[in-house]
Design a protein around this ligand. Structure first.
Ligand SMILES: Cc1cc2nc3c(=O)[nH]c(=O)nc-3n(C[C@H](O)[C@H](O)[C@H](O)COP(=O)(O)OP(=O)(O)OC[C@H]3O[C@@H](n4cnc5c(N)ncnc54)[C@H](O)[C@@H]3O)c2cc1C
Length: 410
């Protein structure tokens, strides 16, 4: 089949590869001049099937309310909210109910595990070399944080996932550069989870897709999907099928077709800087459970990422959120990265400060499959775990398009 994909983020690139591998004629349309220039550009890189959970969970609404009054809040709301954001919040509140959460959590976990396996197998069979490190640790500053993760620990135990709760000394053996000046109560260690460079992987996989015949059309904005009797037309060209992988902009593309997706951008930030001294840097990835900030070793850089901001606009950098990232980095790895130069107006050195928009659905799991409109398929709404879910989502979609039984029931 001749298939068009709109969007060349991590989701579009992995989808292009799987479809090209199945023998389809694949055309990817991307408005930017390269792959992964938007939300897939500088994420935290965490692939943790064990710790992936929907944002909509019992107890979350009251937690979010408390966060609103904290200086270093993991969640922020920028007023005024738009109509779509208010309606999203109301759907999110419904999805926090325990019965719905049980379903979304288990779908998300099975997709995440399947995806991690698919990523590993692609890496091996295609011989892809990209920055990655083994192991992931959730840092628990106090008894309160240990208490907060009990539900997650039960799920890990029930599903037979490999994990250990470590005391502070054992955690510091795994991440020797963790600062002794910051109190560490304990840590959850997930030895099989990883941290890896999402964009680097995507650029390598794009080459593999191209070598299978996939064509990438960069600088190609697609605003209109024209439906025909046999398929669809984009930029005057006919395709049998179109797949929407346009991240946060997917909903606007689908609306004229009568497909309404409750998708909003939930903004986050990352700061990346060169490793100053490897002995002072993280070996792999950690996440501070109190502030929901991840610190990752991405090759010769340290990246600190976090914050979930509803409302506002994509270009405005919230300095309070950036200060939270620096605080968490300074708490745990004060000498890891080259952030204290004199060139930047904020007193920090040449660092990359990035804002990304998580394509977030109210309930959690992404939409992967038929759209309800003939010849239009979806692979979108991967929220805060798009890198962790990409390879599995792409394979699932390719199998559905081929009419094959999918490896997991999603
Ligand atoms: C701070 C932060 C940290 C994160 N950390 C992690 C993490 O540790 N692990 C993890 O798994 N996930 C993480 N994520 C989430 C992850 O980055 C996203 O889920 C993922 O990048 C989404 O990929 P995507 O391909 O759907 O979207 P994008 O990467 O945004 O790709 C969509 C593409 O579509 C293009 N496009 C849109 N509209 C059009 C159009 N009309 N015509 C042509 N092209 C179009 C865009 O230009 C863009 O390139 C994080 C996100 C943030 C913000």
């Amino acid at each position: 089949m001749k298939i068009a994909i709109i969007g060349a983020g991590i989701i579009g690139v992995t989808t292009a590869y799987e479809l090209a591998a199945d023998g389809h004629e694949v055309h990817v349309f991307e408005r930017r001049n390269s792959a992964c220039e938007e939300t897939s550009f500088a994420n935290a890189g965490v692939i943790s099937p064990g710790y992936v959970t929907p944002w909509a969970a019992p107890g979350m609404p009251s937690k979010v309310l408390k966060y609103l009054f904290q200086k270093h809040a993991p969640v922020r709301i920028q007023l005024p909210l738009k109509h779509g954001e208010l309606s999203w919040i109301s759907q999110w509140l419904k999805a926090c109910k325990p019965a719905i959460y049980e379903n979304t959590r288990s779908s998300l976990k099975s997709l995440a595990s399947y995806s991690a396996d698919r990523l590993q197998s692609l890496t091996k069979t295609l011989d892809l070399e990209y920055d990655k490190a083994q192991g992931y640790m959730v840092l628990l500053r106090g008894e309160q944080e240990l208490h907060r993760i009990q539900a997650n620990l039960k799920i890990l135990a029930d599903t037979g996932y490999e994990y250990k709760v470590l005391d502070a000394d054992a955690a510091r053996k795994i991440e020797p550069a963790l600062s002794a000046a910051t109190a560490l109560h304990s840590a959850l260690h997930l030895p099989n989870d990883t941290v890896a460079n999402c964009r680097q992987f995507a650029l390598l996989l794009r080459e593999k897709a191209q070598s299978l015949g996939a064509q990438f059309h960069f600088g190609s904005m697609q605003n209109h999907i024209e439906r025909g009797s046999q398929g669809v037309r984009l930029s005057g060209e006919s395709f049998d099928q179109v797949i929407i992988c346009a991240g946060v902009d997917s909903a606007a593309l689908l609306k004229p077709l009568g497909i309404h997706i409750p998708l909003i951008p939930v903004y986050g930030y990352s700061v990346s800087a060169s490793v100053r001294e490897p002995m002072d840097a993280p070996v792999s990835g950690v996440m501070d459970e109190r502030y929901k900030v991840a610190i990752s070793r991405i090759g010769n850089r340290v990246r600190v990422a976090g914050s979930a901001e509803i409302g506002g606009d994509p270009t405005r950098i919230n300095q309070a959120a950036i200060q939270t990232l620096y605080k968490v980095l300074d708490d745990w790895f004060p000498a890891a990265a080259d952030t204290k130069g004199q060139t930047a107006s904020n007193g920090r050195g040449q660092v990359q400060v990035w804002k990304g928009a998580r394509p977030m659905l109210p309930s959690g799991p992404p939409r992967v499959g038929a759209s309800g409109v003939q010849n239009v398929w979806l692979n979108l709404g991967h929220g805060s775990s798009g890198w962790a879910l990409a390879c599995g989502s792409a394979r699932l979609l390719a199998d559905q398009i081929a009419g094959r039984k999918t490896a997991i029931d999603f």
